[in-house]
Design a protein around this ligand. Structure first.
Ligand code: SF4
Length: 453
């Protein structure tokens, strides 16, 4: 392994960073899906943030953060899910715990926060998040939610998410448990023939793009989790015939629970890139046994692919041969991005995820070239070392990776929840191609080199 890597990697992290050679990620090869190594300064967010990723887009839910005001800064403003209905989800409500509450307990403050919300608004659904300090002082949030829920006859769902109680994936699971608490009373044996979409958060309206495609090929959507979701829509979810999981990292656990408890099977899909968008639409139709939808899907995808060929050919010459580094949340997105870059003639030289699973890494390994660096739960020092070593031209990541790329003089593409333009579907292919071209081929990078910065 390269000298740079040895200098920048903690001993406990070595098994989470591999250089592609045949079979390196299989079996016990890649260490992943575990808590972060202490002192490694992981790029992952905390448990509470993981829970809010999943629950925040529910447009008519009230989110009470039981904790210090700082935790509640994690709001719609930095996520960007869009709504076609209510917009109360764009607010955060916080109990603003202070020192005295740490000493005497915060239960009364939480009760009065719920009372105040109930007196001034008419919530259908409230989520109450436990943050780090609540995990330390031990307020009985479950009991308060149960009591208040009985008093006001609406679901008030505790989300057990103290930041230190695991990693971001733990937060996803806590959020999925909260969703199950909301929808389980509506369990039914009736099947509508429609699907639920899991793990899409309607960033820049991507859920609408996907729903539009599905409508065109005749597949009804029962409920979405949780992009542009509402309480009334979510409780219909147990009647769906199939769950499709877009963000596998955040929602496979929910899909598994819905399969076990409601008998709804699921498939994993991705709507990033031409290849994955087309194959996902066809696999949904096949999984439903809907031959008519499959045939419509083939015609629709051929037509949409044909429409953007000239555009892609025009840009391909600017992009061919460039090298990409990918660091994203889940494995499925990384896999789609590797395919998208290959389609554009680019090579992925570094690829990592925050919450990828073993099977994700095995697929990643099968897609990349020899000597590609594959890493799980990276930190900035590792990303910096490998991007320099592999001379990446662009980094695709999220808000925490952006400054790192710019400080290194490397182009950046935001593929996380803060972005304001859709990257899913055929429309997304155009936006993505245009963005990586503009970022990588911007004159700013040569000015920086000329100035010796
Ligand atoms: S780590 Fe703890 S204190 Fe920080 S945002 Fe997460 S829950 Fe709040």
């Amino acid at each position: 392994m390269a000298e740079l890597q040895r200098k920048n990697v903690l001993g406990e992290r070595e098994k989470s960073i591999l250089t592609k050679q045949a079979g390196v990620c299989s079996g016990t090869g890649m260490k992943c899906d575990t808590d972060s190594v202490s002192g490694s300064v992981s790029q992952r967010a905390c448990v509470y943030c993981g829970a809010r990723v999943v629950l925040n887009p529910i447009t008519d839910a009230y989110h009470i953060i039981h904790g210090p005001i700082g935790c509640s800064s994690y709001t719609w403003d930095i996520r960007g899910s869009l709504t076609s209905g209510e917009d109360i989800y764009r607010n955060s409500f916080c109990t603003d715990l202070r020192e005295t509450d740490v000493i005497f307990g915060g239960a009364l403050k939480l009760e009065s926060a719920i009372e105040e919300l109930m007196s001034k608004n008419h919530p259908k659904l409230i989520f109450v998040y436990s943050t780090c300090i609540v995990g330390v002082i031990g307020d009985d949030v479950d009991a308060i939610c149960r009591h208040m829920s009985e008093k006001y006859s609406i679901p008030m769902v505790p989300v057990k998410s103290p930041g230190f109680s695991g990693n971001k994936s733990t937060g996803y699971r806590m959020a999925c448990d909260a969703i199950m608490q909301v929808i389980s009373p509506y369990k039914t044996d009736k099947r509508t023939g429609g699907i639920n979409i899991l793990g899409d958060y309607n960033l820049a309206g991507e859920m609408w793009i996907i729903k539009n495609y599905l409508a065109k090929i005749g597949i009804p959507v029962v409920a979405s989790f949780t992009g542009d979701a509402s309480y009334d829509e979510m409780i219909k979810a147990p009647s769906a015939s199939l769950n499709v999981v877009q963000c596998a990292g955040s929602s496979t656990y929910l899909a598994n629970r819905m399969e076990e408890e409601f008998g709804i099977p699921y498939i994993k899909v991705s709507f990033f890139g031409i290849e994955d968008t087309a194959s996902s639409l066809l696999r949904i139709a096949e999984a439903l046994g809907n031959e008519e939808a499959r045939e419509k899907g083939i015609r629709f995808c051929d037509k949409e692919t044909g429409k953007i060929q000239d555009f892609l050919n025009m840009y391909r010459s600017n992009l061919e041969g460039k090298k990409a580094a990918i660091y994203v949340g889940g494995g499925f997105k990384a896999i789609s991005l590797i395919r998208q870059f290959a389609f554009l003639g680019m090579k992925t030289v570094v690829v990592g995820t925050q919450t990828g699973k073993k099977d994700d890494y095995e697929i990643i390994e099968s897609l990349v070239d020899e000597d590609t660096i594959i890493l799980d739960d990276a930190n900035p020092a590792e990303l910096e070392a490998f991007m320099k070593e592999k001379e990446a031209d662009i980094l695709v990541g999220g808000v925490k990776e952006r400054p790192l790329a710019y400080k290194l003089g490397i182009a950046f593409c935001d593929h996380n929840h803060e972005r304001k333009h859709a990257l899913a579907g055929f429309e997304g292919v155009i936006n993505f191609t245009r963005e990586i071209n503009e970022s990588m081929n911007s004159p700013v990078w040569s000015y920086i080199k000329e100035c010796g910065l």
